[in-house]
Design a protein around this ligand. Structure first.
Ligand SMILES: *[C@@H]1O[C@H](CO)[C@@H](O)[C@H](O)[C@H]1NC(C)=O
Ligand SMILES: *[C@@H]1O[C@H](CO)[C@@H](O)[C@H](O)[C@H]1NC(C)=O
Ligand SMILES: *[C@@H]1O[C@H](CO)[C@@H](O)[C@H](O)[C@H]1NC(C)=O
Ligand SMILES: *[C@@H]1O[C@H](CO)[C@@H](O)[C@H](O)[C@H]1NC(C)=O
Ligand SMILES: *[C@@H]1O[C@H](CO)[C@@H](O)[C@H](O)[C@H]1NC(C)=O
Ligand SMILES: *[C@@H]1O[C@H](CO)[C@@H](O)[C@H](O)[C@H]1NC(C)=O
Ligand SMILES: *[C@@H]1O[C@H](CO)[C@@H](O)[C@H](O)[C@H]1NC(C)=O
Ligand SMILES: *[C@@H]1O[C@H](CO)[C@@H](O)[C@H](O)[C@H]1NC(C)=O
Ligand SMILES: *[C@@H]1O[C@H](CO)[C@@H](O)[C@H](O)[C@H]1NC(C)=O
Ligand SMILES: *[C@@H]1O[C@H](CO)[C@@H](O)[C@H](O)[C@H]1NC(C)=O
Length: 618
């Protein structure tokens, strides 16, 4: 189902593993992985069996391409303010915002790596250039007054969380930490311009602007000076309360001719997605997946069933993550910025700080070759109810505990660690016993599971909750979206284990991280997960048995960690390095600082007076 599939490339092969000093420094100890690989060929009689398999194993090429891309990205970052200004003009066709020189200085002082990569932020903000400053200001205050939205205000260089009486109470942690984040860097830099940030209190994206409004803003945008109810088509409650659902709102963001627009029933039971190819490895996460063209895919993503009402007009709303089609503006999550025992690697529970190492971390050689996941049933709401079986976490727990006779096509090297590849159809129950340890730990009730807790506990595996550090015992850590983005991701990256991530969410760092280098991207349907395992960890006994491999009977073959294991470790280390260099709190501050300058300019009546000028150097 992923259109951005892998091409089994031959040419990419020759660029494999030629590292520059820069890459060495950033990703790995020099000795770790230097060998050149011989091409890995398949017997021609196997070609027909595993579709897409007609050359070397695709994973080394994906890794090599990822390394190349990231190396080039690092190498082309601006080295001076003049470079950065030119790069900005080139990319965005306008002058950088006032204060850009100070921002540059701050970023450089803090060794920020990704100084030019703000395309995501600029895309988030682009629609707001259509309104004049007064319209934007009015909309920000209007939405900031709604329940489930907080208003963060900057005036005279001071940032505060506005105390506005709301008709419904809700957790304000996201906005509280956004205030903290701004306050921290604000104390070290020139005063910020005046502006307001309406902050989404929920993890899901919230703004879904109909296609026609985004295409023709000046012809169709309603008049906000009437009032917000007029703009939103009625009284706003945080929840849907039976008056709509996310899918109905989402499909209006699609082209009028698109399948999503033409399918009207919001809870018809479309057929499940075609079972995908077990040997298809996506290059990226599905953050650009086209739900407009694939309406049936909505059943597999819980956010389409969210209980929280979306906003059907172009209002500015600052959110932690967003799925394709949403118009929210991204800011870092409080889960990342605020250290906690649940979400921070190396948390020191005595001194309540993040320290240099995690007490529960263990050496790679001692880590268990198992795909591990624990978590709550969070994953979507109950609007409409009855679809939880297909939410992303439910599907994964079910797949990994499938004890039926169905089979998966698995490719593996035989003999192990050789370049001879075999394939076999292996019974899923055996595979799951060998490679998976996946369970829910808690039922949250939010998924509206039919039959309630008793039914969900009967249908799914549940296990005792584990502390974050327990994960480090395993080589493969799976990360799957909950109600929104998965807030464990940065902690998982920080660990010495490798992260396998499936997501449709864009976050503030999405332009800065490289799939297949820092983590392994997993498709929405997870079909390929057994082939990810067999590539990196080699064949399991059931794979060799299914192929009736002579290896099973040959005692002289030493089955120990080989080439794949080194590659997996390399991904684990690259992820850790990334977290250390690009995923720091200061990188979040630098991101928000730059957002403040852009937003401050949009906020102004006279945007033209808010250009950065080299001569003024401010
Ligand atoms: C600011 O930059 C824009 C182009 O990015 C330009 O049109 C405008 O004239 C500039 N304003 C001033 C005061 O120079
Ligand atoms: C930036 O990097 C330099 C050189 O590695 C180092 O000396 C300095 O302490 C770093 N500064 C910060 C703020 O991390
Ligand atoms: C809407 O804006 C576009 C470009 O910004 C312009 O070409 C068009 O004439 C405008 N239409 C109306 C009705 O103002
Ligand atoms: C918007 O509404 C206000 C008051 O209701 C009115 O004064 C103004 O002219 C309207 N603007 C447009 C563009 O229709
Ligand atoms: C949904 O679409 C079908 C077929 O196009 C049509 O007959 C039906 O009236 C539509 N229902 C609604 C509620 O729009
Ligand atoms: C979904 O289906 C149920 C029963 O088939 C129906 O009662 C309900 O109104 C439907 N909900 C929506 C939002 O279409
Ligand atoms: C590896 O983990 C699995 C699943 O958690 C467990 O059954 C197995 O005993 C562990 N193996 C070792 C060597 O600890
Ligand atoms: C695996 O299953 C597929 C489809 O059922 C079949 O075409 C193929 O021959 C099987 N391969 C082996 C090695 O048994
Ligand atoms: C499996 O392999 C062994 C040894 O190579 C052979 O004796 C046996 O007949 C094979 N079994 C099947 C079912 O192919
Ligand atoms: C696995 O293969 C690689 C490359 O061919 C080789 O360097 C390594 O020593 C092998 N490892 C084992 C455990 O056989």
């Amino acid at each position: 189902m992923n259109p951005a599939g892998v091409e089994t490339g031959w040419s990419a092969y020759h660029t494999v593993l030629i590292f520059t000093a820069c890459v060495f420094l950033l990703f790995m100890p020099a000795s770790l992985y230097t060998s050149r690989q011989r091409p890995q060929k398949f017997n021609s009689d196997q070609l027909v069996i595993v579709e897409g398999m007609n050359g070397p194993h695709p994973i080394p090429a994906l890794m090599a391409e990822a390394e190349d891309k990231y190396r080039n990205l690092l190498a082309k970052q601006s080295k001076s303010l003049v470079d950065a200004v030119n790069e900005y003009r080139l990319r965005y066709g306008r002058e950088p915002p006032k204060g850009f020189g100070d921002w540059w200085k701050f970023a450089v002082e803090h060794n920020v790596t990704m100084v030019d990569e703000y395309d995501g932020m600029m895309e988030d903000l682009a629609p707001f250039w259509e309104f004049p400053g007064d319209e934007l200001r009015r909309r920000a205050v209007q939405i900031g007054n709604l329940p489930s939205v907080d208003l963060v205000r900057v005036r005279d260089g001071k940032v505060v969380l506005m105390d506005i009486e709301k008709s419904e109470s809700y957790d304000r942690a996201r906005a509280q930490f956004f205030v903290k984040l701004i306050a921290r860097f604000q104390s070290k830099v020139a005063p910020l311009p005046d502006m307001d940030f309406p902050v989404n209190a929920k993890p899901e994206g919230r703004v879904l602007v109909p296609w026609e409004h985004l295409q023709f803003p000046n012809m169709t945008a309603p008049n906000s000076s009437v009032n917000v109810d007029f703009m939103l088509g009625g009284d706003f409650t945080a929840g849907w309360r039976g008056t709509g659902n996310v899918w109905e709102a989402f499909r209006r963001t699609c082209h009028p001719e698109s399948p999503a627009r033409r399918t009207n029933a919001s809870n018809s039971t479309d057929p499940a997605l075609e079972s995908g190819d077990d040997f298809h490895f996506p290059k990226t996460l599905d953050t650009k997946f086209d739900f407009c063209s694939n309406p049936a895919a909505r059943f597999d993503q819980g956010h389409f069933f969210s209980d929280w009402r979306t906003i059907p007009a172009l209002y500015p709303l600052f959110s932690n993550g967003k799925a394709p089609g949403f118009s929210d503006i991204l800011i870092p999550s409080h889960y990342y910025y605020n250290p906690t025992p649940t979400y921070s690697y190396a948390w020191d529970n005595i001194n309540k700080v993040v320290k240099g190492f995690d007490d529960m971390e263990i050496p790679w050689q001692l880590k268990n070759d198992t795909i591990f996941w624990r978590g709550a049933t969070t994953g979507g709401g109950a609007t409409p109810a009855g679809f939880a079986d297909r939410y992303q976490r439910h599907r994964f727990v079910r797949l990994a505990n499938d004890h039926s006779d169905s089979r998966k096509a698995v490719v593996f090297s035989d003999p192990p660690n050789s370049t001879e590849y075999q394939h076999a159809n292996v019974t899923i129950s055996k595979l799951n016993d060998e490679v998976m340890d996946v369970a829910f730990t808690k039922w949250t009730g939010e998924d509206g599971y039919i039959g309630g807790e008793a039914a969900v506990r009967k249908a799914y595996r549940f296990a005792e909750p584990v502390p974050l550090g327990y994960h480090w015992k395993y080589k493969y850590l799976v990360d799957i979206d909950g109600m929104g983005y998965s807030a464990r991701f940065l902690a998982f990256l920080a660990s010495d284990s490798a992260v396998v991530k499936s997501s449709v969410y864009t976050e503030y760092f999405s332009d800065w991280i490289q799939p297949w280098l820092h983590f392994i991207p997993l498709s929405q349907e997870y079909h390929e997960i057994y082939n990810i395992f067999s590539f990196f960890s080699g064949p399991t006994e059931s794979m060799l048995q299914a192929a009736n491999s002579s290896t099973l009977y040959d005692d002289s073959i030493v089955r120990e960690a080989g080439d794949g294991d080194r590659r997996l470790r390399r991904i684990a280390q690259a992820g850790k390095q990334w977290h250390h260099i690009v995923g720091r709190n200061i990188d979040m501050e630098v991101y928000v600082y730059r957002l403040c300058l852009e937003w401050g300019r949009l906020w102004a009546d006279d945007r033209d007076s808010m250009n950065f000028t080299m001569s003024g150097l401010s």
